[in-house]
Design a protein around this ligand. Structure first.
Ligand code: PMP
Length: 437
């Protein structure tokens, strides 16, 4: 009797549980490396989040929202965004794009930029559609395109190292115009643009954006513009919104993140800004998945933006102060890496920096029997043996191109001075050990 029953139960469980759309996307670099960092790291420059506090004006706004003044802030707000937040976002973007926006039609709040991206791919991509993704790219673009039934088509930023022996800059990584043009076809539904770019820190120039815009208009292609690092641009460079280029507003969705904007990644408040003809379909995905986001976090973020709108362009503005501080942190990390021969690629924006590990290869010998890319093994070895966590660059490449970029790792420098100093100490000690051995 028992035997029969167990056989019956086993037979019942032989049917696959996994939906076809999940095939091949089960691995996730952040899940894997967050666990390694938690287990081994003394200094974590891996995943992208600040270890310094969010600004006082933001946390004070949250405390106020929690007070007894308006108990309705503990209840649902409108599904497409808490009114004060969509209103202030519309005001900020009106200022920057120079056009009128309807907060209810042109803005939608999401659970972080991550949900905004998910809504875009689900809303725009059909089976058989192609989506152009510029490499290196924030890894979820590939899985999200696939989950929607589409095919990602990759086009790389190609490095052109400076000839004068100077350090490379993220600006030295460029698209080949002919190669980019060759990826557009009748099947192309959208292109994903991420400027400033994670992981390189590249800030696309007006000419580069113009090239992309021209192709989008010519082939009637949508642009999913991930601009979560919009305020983090250095050396007086300017972040240009592709939506502001001719013919682009009607085909572009701009994605942003309060996590990155206000150094509060745990709040998971994000947004999309764009024309109603695109946003109406994002609303359909959102209302059938998430429906509404946390009211209290949206209230506090709205107050943060109201403050920023008042101080717009002034030295006290967080959008002026944060990049100023981060530029200094970038320079410290550039200096420490350059000092030990882990050559950094100087980022023009974001809080990431990619460094060349070629000179450290003798410490972590290659294992030709492993099919794991070298940079993965290097990053794992480094966190286990040196206590320093970073992310392998090839995680930001498609399967087919991973093996061309295995000599780099990505560091996050949105960290306290003490954290960056501790990283420097590890690197200096490592270099001493290398030279004395
Ligand atoms: N896009 C890019 C390029 C990112 O780097 C990140 C966060 N690492 C996100 C989107 C997701 O942002 P959020 O935390 O707001 O979901």
């Amino acid at each position: 009797q028992t035997h029969f029953l167990s056989h019956f139960l086993q037979a019942k469980m032989s049917r696959p549980v996994q939906a076809r759309r999940l095939k091949g996307i089960d691995k996730n670099i952040w899940v894997e490396f967050a666990k390694l960092a938690a287990t081994y790291s003394k200094v974590n420059l891996g995943q992208g989040f600040p270890d310094f506090p969010a600004p006082d004006f933001l946390t004070e706004a949250l405390t106020r929202a929690l007070g007894k003044e308006n108990h309705m802030l503990h209840q649902y707000t409108l599904p497409f965004g808490h009114p004060p937040l969509v209103k202030v976002l519309a005001q900020i973007f009106e200022k920057q794009l120079g056009q009128d926006l309807d907060p209810m039609a042109n803005v939608m709040v999401t659970v972080g930029a991550y949900e905004a991206l998910f809504c875009c791919f689900q809303a725009f991509v059909d089976e058989g559609d192609e989506v152009i993704v510029i490499e290196p790219f924030f890894d979820c673009y590939e899985s999200m395109v696939k989950m929607a039934g589409g095919t990602p088509v990759f086009v790389p930023l190609r490095p052109n190292p400076p000839k004068d022996g100077k350090l490379m800059s993220s600006a030295d990584w460029q698209l080949d115009p002919a190669e980019l043009a060759s990826k557009f076809s009748k099947r192309t539904k959208a292109i994903v643009l991420n400027s400033p770019n994670n992981p390189l820190g590249k800030v696309f120039s007006r000419e580069e954006l113009g090239l992309i815009a021209e192709l989008c208009v010519k082939h009637d292609v949508l642009c999913i513009s991930d601009e979560v690092y919009e305020w983090l641009v250095y050396d007086g460079k300017q972040h240009i919104r592709i939506a502001s280029l001719q013919g682009m507003w009607d085909r572009t969705v701009i994605i942003g993140s309060a996590g990155k904007t206000f150094s509060a990644t745990g709040w998971k408040v994000g947004w999309v800004v764009g024309p109603n003809r695109l946003l109406q379909h994002l609303r359909t995905v959102h209302q059938n998945s998430v429906y509404a986001c946390a009211t209290i976090a949206q209230e506090a973020v709205a107050q943060g933006f109201q403050r920023e709108l008042m101080l717009y362009g002034k030295p006290e503005s967080y959008f002026v102060q944060l990049p100023k501080e981060l530029q200094q942190k970038r320079d410290w990390l550039v200096q420490s890496l350059d000092g030990v021969g882990m050559k950094p690629i100087i980022p023009e924006g974001t809080y990431f920096l990619v460094a060349d590990i070629s000179q450290f290869k003798s410490d972590v010998p290659d294992d030709h029997n492993s099919d794991e890319p070298y940079d993965y093994r290097f990053a794992k070895w480094m966190v286990k043996n040196k206590g320093l966590a970073a992310i392998p660059l090839s995680a930001f490449y498609s399967e087919a191109h991973k093996n061309n970029y295995t000599n780099f790792i990505r560091f996050c420098f949105a960290k306290e001075k003490a954290t960056l100093k501790a990283a420097n100490d590890i690197l200096q000690k490592w270099k001493q050990e290398k030279t004395s051995s």
